[in-house]
Design a protein around this ligand. Structure first.
Ligand SMILES: [Zn+2]
Length: 447
């Protein structure tokens, strides 16, 4: 560690060199995997494992999906605690983590002691990149130890040597008092919770959150913090001097990407253990790292022992911002997350992410609206829309009345122009759309 880098060697190694080093690890990883996991053994039969360091050969390696993981866990023909994808004996597993399970059955992942140490180190790099230092006092707001942002985040924060104040899982009122009493300077949670919690602090403590000592806000778990309007709101709420977006996923590693002080976008921070590729989600072809390139992130955990992931399709769609050396000195590309396949809607054969609609609206109208908005579906499974998508947009206090109809029209026009998607805007009164404590869902189904 230096003042600027958690892992000076890897953080500043040219990206091509770094990926070449990673590719050199892949053949051994595949060979070991075939011997350890029945699921992967069956998939690797026909493959040239020894040649896998070569990109063209590697591209032949089959993808793993979330459904594969789920099915592998449900098969009754294995005694392994974590099913067919488990690569070690049960006794070697030192920790189990659950996918947050917003959709479908939760999937469980395991870590051996070596895995756990590798995670702590790489996730520490993510948090270090995002602004946590040894002298930081960090409020971790995750409510449950079992999830990806639970114990693994706590381990990583302590690995840096920072002071961990795990306030999650208590009432927001208690969290607010602890934050004040212990002079917390760093918040870790979701972007929507950062906003919600700022309001609760003011209610409970009788003074604005910006008068507390929190100055660094680190948020992930949902796209949004890449958006300037949301960022300025968080900055104003907390009087924050540093806002950093982070991203990871339990299936691969809880922390994979972190935003540096130079910004914008997040650097890849898990290169010692995870190989990342971008692919075209429709064809599965590899997309080269270049500014403006877009693709689905695919991850291979080439050091993970307990439940390794091989070319795991994350369903996260990323856009590459920069591939040249960043002003901060890091050499890994920076990206932002455009959205998740699971959230994607189809309007007359056009794909659109709810977050893209939200971003367009926040971009043009943040001064005239309260912030919360949501798209309404007829039922939870609805993905296709042939009529304009109903969009509820909340007005700020004291702004109802004349002009409202005009505002609705201007919003739908802007969305149509920028995204070629029609929305039917319904302006709703202040407080109509409650902000969830942990996730601000952008779609909902009317009961
Ligand atoms: Zn940077």
């Amino acid at each position: 560690m230096t003042d600027d880098f958690w892992d000076p060697e890897f953080d500043t190694k040219p990206w091509d060199e770094l990926q070449a080093w990673q590719r050199a690890q892949l053949p051994n990883f595949l060979a070991a995997l075939a011997g350890r996991s029945p699921f992967y053994a069956s998939r690797l039969v026909e493959l040239d494992v020894a040649g896998a360091a070569e990109p063209r050969r590697w591209a032949q390696v089959p993808f793993t999906t979330k459904d594969d993981l789920r099915a592998g866990q449900q098969r009754p023909d294995t005694d392994n605690m974590l099913g067919d994808l488990q690569g070690v004996e049960d006794a070697q597993i030192s920790q189990v983590i659950a996918s947050s399970g917003t959709t479908g059955t939760p999937v469980f992942f395991g870590l051996t002691e070596d895995d756990r140490l590798a995670w702590a180190d790489s996730i520490a790099n993510m948090f270090f990149t995002a602004g946590i230092r040894k002298d930081s006092v960090v409020a971790l707001t995750t409510g449950m130890p079992l999830v990806a942002g639970g114990m693994p985040y706590a381990d990583a924060i302590r690995r840096i040597g920072a002071t961990l104040v795990w306030v999650g899982g208590q009432t927001p009122a208690r969290m607010a008092s602890i934050t004040e009493k212990l002079k917390v300077d760093t918040f870790v949670g979701t972007a929507s919770f950062a906003t919600f919690f700022a309001d609760r602090c003011e209610d409970v403590l009788g003074r604005p959150a910006s008068e507390l000592s929190v100055r660094t806000i680190i948020a992930g778990g949902e796209p949004g913090l890449g958006q300037e309007a949301i960022r300025s709101r968080v900055r104003a709420d907390w009087g924050a001097t540093r806002i950093s977006e982070v991203m990871g996923l339990g299936d691969v590693m809880s922390g994979l990407w972190g935003e540096c002080p130079a910004g914008p976008g997040m650097h890849f921070t898990a290169a010692r253990s995870v190989y990342v590729e971008l692919i075209d989600p429709d064809t599965g072809e590899v997309v080269e790292w270049a500014p403006g390139a877009k693709g689905e992130a695919v991850y291979t955990t080439f050091t993970r022992q307990a439940t390794p992931a091989l070319r795991f399709r994350s369903r996260d769609h990323l856009e590459v911002l920069n591939t040249a050396e960043c002003a901060c000195g890091r050499t890994a590309p920076t990206v932002h997350c455009i959205g998740r396949t699971d959230d994607m809607l189809i309007y007359k054969a056009m794909n659109v992410f709810p977050s893209a609609i939200r971003d367009v609206v926040m971009d043009g109208f943040s001064a005239e609206i309260a912030g919360p908005m949501r798209l309404r579906k007829e039922n939870a499974a609805q993905v296709r829309f042939d009529d304009p998508i109903p969009l509820e947009v909340e007005l700020p206090a004291g702004s109802e009345g004349p002009g409202a109809e005009d505002l609705a029209g201007r919003i739908s026009e802007q969305v149509r122009e920028r995204l070629r998607v029609r929305v039917a805007v319904e302006l709703v009164g202040p407080g109509t759309i409650s902000i969830g404590e942990y996730k601000n869902a952008l779609t909902y189904t009317k009961a």
